[in-house]
Design a protein around this ligand. Sequence first.
Ligand code: NAP
Length: 282
Amino acid sequence: MTAKILDGRAISATILDRVTKEVDEFVREHGRVPVLATVLVGDDPASHTYVRMKANRCAKVGMQSRRIELDATISTETLVAQIRQLSADPEVDGILLQHPVPEHIDERAAFEAIAPSKDVDGVTRTSFATMAFDEGGFHSATPGGIMALLDAYDIPLAGKHAVVVGRSPILGKPVGMLLLARDATVTYCHSRTVALADHIAQADVVVAAVGRPELIRGDWIKPGAVVVDAGYADNSGDVEYDAAAERASWITPVPGGVGPMTIATLIAQTIRAAYEHEREKA
Ligand code: NAP
């Protein structure tokens, strides 16, 4: 079997087209342009690239981005104060704090300074809880993007065994919750998991969210499984792509799979936030 491609570039382009129309309508209705504030701490080149890509996508759909760049030596207190200011600013609809921040900063404290109504990247405890209770709210962007990609290809999830490798609060854990909400049977694997290959071999759906190039070998994949690779490190995904594609029914390329869907989800959630802010004002 050679896997079909879960094409994140194509599906994200469709989402962004829809958002462009929504932004256009929003501007006509409310006489202002939605604003996404991006906060970047330090000079990690990959983070700079990600923020630039997000700002470019904002511009492409007609939204404005306000870019805040802070020195790597900034304290948690100063960062929290800066984010609180954005949370209180009526001109800002969404706030993205680019992850990861330098190690001396308390990232959780910084995330929690984001007002839940502006948490378009879905990183706060409030967003996690509303997602876990299946009560709407903003999804963590990468998990939300993964679900949108699976849905775009009508991948069945109910009753399927999904194995998620990775349990970070912004990726592994929330994607497992979203799969559970769609009636998949979910197993989480992590760095302390014993016999990872045996778990993968049982999976109808594999979601890799680790950041270790080719950790998941192609011959571990159950024939016909759906493989979603969110990992990205050293220009490689977490899955041994060519060998996995021989066995899987569907697979995400790296790049061009999960990455563009993450950005599309962020942008789609920003226009949603803008509409919700206008409704609150009315
Ligand atoms: P993270 O916070 O470092 O979490 C990595 C997870 O992988 C942890 O839960 C860790 O387990 C687990 N892990 C580490 N070594 C393992 C092993 N040998 N076997 C099984 N599990 C192992 O990373 P993250 O922020 O979730 O990101 C994960 C990957 O996704 C990274 O490559 C990142 O670049 C990528 N990413 C991509 C996008 C996108 O848009 N495409 C967005 C966000 C992140 P423990 O919990 O036990 O430590």
